[in-house]
Design a protein around this ligand. Structure first.
Ligand SMILES: Cc1cc2nc3c(=O)[nH]c(=O)nc-3n(C[C@H](O)[C@H](O)[C@H](O)COP(=O)(O)O)c2cc1C
Ligand code: SF4
Length: 669
């Protein structure tokens, strides 16, 4: 934990006077929470078999060290061996986690923060494919994402589950935790009880409102009985399921009012969406399609009906918005969960006038990976997964404590800028050559997509960091081997990005353009122009180009040989991407190939091999077919035989933002 900065009291006053409520302490059940910033529970997928990994412990302690007031841990941590630890989450029932749980609580407390663990039974949500243990639900109706039919829980099994919640809470209490959060959020078992469309039971747990909240109340009461009067009991709930035919906001308020009437719940955590369909899941961890601070009005509504302190969660990304939520919107705490993934030092930096790395809300690196079965990372903060890439508090120390070298970075996209930033922080002298008049590279183009204003903030952040660190930035300089050699570098980082790949369409008589080009400057059609976008990538590029072209007056069709258009966009964003395209009138065709044969133009169905004739397009746009731009690499290796030359990001192989940033950071370290 070398990279922790402790603010002096004078420095801390900077943030405290600007955002007095955000940095004011609060007391819950007699426990002092030093400020209102919360890292809400989230699964990382870093463990296996429900075991808490060392990385997970360090991760949460790191948040406390960064100044978070309330550290809430372990999304979807299971209280029951029969509710499988989905998404690599943690088994709270398992005694082999005791040492790690104790270490986590001690570590968080050492930094003055408070820690609570989420606890749950996921019910019908998830899948038994990995665990081999059938799902268990309130009824036998499957949810709409995994679509697996659960076994119906009997009343006796429910009684056992109540005990399991109590046992896990008791374990956490014994191991020094400050509290727990019982969750219904995300369509877990408790939420399944609430909804009469899912809860079709005819016993004392189904039917009336009182019956539908009975299980939650039994759990909460048992948790209190198994712990102590000064143990914080939280409850997490959606205030708007975002289902087309789900419970209404009023239904949910009624549920929460009924289940908190006993006075057991001390803290409510409110967000929106639910894990019942692809659509409702898209709102659960809202990406850049959902407005910032989207759910605070809803959270305040829950506070009104219950009188219980409330945490709001949903795209609060900066201190101004957080302060506004606390001051004007009537909530007590603010989740800044992804803002803290992008920069765990955010609270301390705010306090001391520092510059937090801004989360861009793309979701691809964190929840997008998790939902695709991979461990959580962050697209722009590789240190989350690989702490060795974290920023040392000490700027200007080389790894061996020696004199810095001269590092020349060619290319000022995110890979090059991150390499330059890291190298400069390590105490090296850095020259950055960029042929364009601005830094940012292809990320600037990606940031032109509607809703991606935060990409600009991130690129501005990178540039400000480079300027503060004294990097010699030379813009408008197309690097050649001679220019680089003349700088006498000790090492070179080549981050020259990628270029469009030449395709067979370029040899046709129809105009062909690259998707990036049309995003930046969409051509204007002569009359009613029809464009076909060929998309072998399945990401955001084709949809973004399509919208730019619709805006310029084209009739647009996207075709892809993937099963559907945008098939590689992460599960929290794809619904929005396709919805936007449909609303813009773009024709979407998956599993087809554009062909031109003696019969003319056609679309070939890749499943049936059937051919459908189409009119000749006026323009073909190719999306995402790119190749590394690394010509300089070969020349430099020959010109500077004793100088290490590292290729990073797209210059190595065109891939994601996450790859570019992580490789840049590693090369600069
Ligand atoms: C990677 C990831 C995993 C998450 N897993 C859970 C979870 O298991 N349980 C839960 O209640 N919320 C989970 N969340 C939702 C967060 O707690 C939070 O509500 C959400 O990120 C919105 O807050 P933010 O805009 O401040 O990030 C997860 C979020 C992320 C980014
Ligand atoms: S991966 Fe993207 S959305 Fe997630 S925390 Fe990092 S910047 Fe934010």
């Amino acid at each position: 934990m070398s990279d922790i900065v402790s603010p002096s009291s004078t420095e801390a006053a900077v943030g405290q006077s600007r955002w007095p409520l955000l940095f004011s302490p609060a007391e819950v059940r007699g426990r002092r929470i030093p400020n209102r910033i919360v890292s809400t529970p989230h699964a990382t997928g870093w463990g296996a078999g429900g075991v808490v990994s060392r990385a997970e412990v360090d991760y949460h302690v790191r948040k406390a060290a960064g100044g978070v007031g309330l550290v809430m841990t372990f999304g979807s941590a299971s209280v029951d061996p029969d509710s499988a630890a989905s998404y690599g989450s943690v088994s709270l029932w398992d005694p082999q986690n005791d040492a790690a749980l104790r270490a986590l609580a001690d570590g968080v407390h050492a930094h003055g923060a408070v820690c609570m663990s989420q606890m749950t039974h996921m019910g019908r949500r998830g899948s038994s494919l990995l665990s081999g243990v059938p799902l268990r639900g309130v009824s036998d109706l499957p949810e709409g994402v995994h679509r697996e039919v659960p076994v119906v829980l009997s009343a006796e099994e429910l009684a056992t589950l109540v005990e399991r919640f109590a046992e896990s809470a008791s374990r956490l209490h014994r191991l020094g935790w400050d509290g727990v959060e019982v969750t219904s959020f995300g369509g877990h078992l408790i939420e399944q009880f609430f909804d009469p469309a899912i809860n079709t039971r005819d016993d004392e747990y189904g039917g009336s409102l009182e019956n539908r909240v009975r299980f939650a109340r039994e759990v909460l009461a048992a948790v209190r009985a198994a712990t102590s009067e000064d143990f914080i009991i939280g409850f997490r709930v959606t205030a708007d399921q975002q289902l087309r035919d789900g419970m209404t906001q009023q239904d949910l308020r009624d549920v929460v009012a009924a289940l908190t009437a006993d006075g057991v719940v001390d803290l409510l955590s409110v967000s929106a969406g639910t894990g019942a369909t692809e659509r409702s899941t898209s709102f659960f961890v809202p990406g850049d399609e959902v407005p910032e601070n989207a759910y605070t009005e809803l959270a305040a509504g829950m506070r009104k009906v219950t009188g219980i302190p409330v945490i709001t969660a949903g795209r609060i990304l900066d201190a101004e918005t957080a302060e506004h939520a606390l001051r004007d919107q009537g909530v007590d705490f603010v989740a800044m969960t992804r803002a803290l993934i992008a920069d765990p030092d955010l609270p301390r930096k705010l306090l001391t006038g520092g510059r937090p790395r801004p989360c861009i809300s793309l979701n691809e690196g964190c929840i997008g990976r998790l939902y695709s079965g991979m461990p959580m990372e962050c697209s722009i903060n590789p240190a989350i997964r690989n702490p060795e890439l974290g920023d040392s508090a000490e700027v200007g120390t080389t790894a061996d404590g020696g004199v810095g070298e001269h590092v020349v970075v060619v290319g000022g996209g995110v890979a090059g800028a991150e390499a330059a930033r890291r190298a400069a922080r390590r105490g090296h002298r850095v020259t950055l050559l960029e042929e364009q008049p601005r830094l940012g590279g292809r990320a600037r183009t990606a940031g032109l997509r509607r809703g991606r204003q935060r990409w600009g903030l991130y690129l501005d952040w990178l540039e400000a960091e480079l300027r503060d660190l004294g990097v010699d930035i030379r813009l408008g300089v197309p690097a050649t081997a001679d220019i680089v050699t003349a700088l006498a570098p000790d090492s070179v980082v080549l981050a020259t990005g990628s270029r469009p790949r030449r395709t067979s369409w370029h040899d046709n008589d129809v105009a062909v353009a690259d998707a990036d080009e049309v995003i930046v400057a969409p051509p204007v059609p002569h009359g009613a122009g029809a464009v076909t976008i060929v998309d072998p990538e399945g990401g955001f590029t084709a949809p973004t180009a399509a919208e730019a072209l619709v805006g310029a007056g084209w009739t647009v069709r996207i075709i892809s040989d993937l099963p559907y258009v945008a098939a590689k966009v992460d599960p929290t964003q794809v619904w929005f991407v396709r919805r936007r395209l449909k609303k813009a009138g773009v024709e979407l065709q998956g599993e087809v190939e554009l062909i031109r044969d003696p019969e003319g133009w056609g679309l070939l169905d890749l499943e049936s091999d059937d051919r459908r004739a189409i009119a000749a397009p006026d323009l073909i746009v190719v999306a995402g077919a790119r190749t590394a731009r690394d010509d300089l690499y070969r020349t430099l290796v020959e010109a500077l035989p004793r100088t290490p030359v590292h290729r990073v990001g797209d210059a190595l192989a065109p891939r994601t933002l996450r790859d570019a940033v992580a490789e840049g950071a590693a090369a600069g370290s």
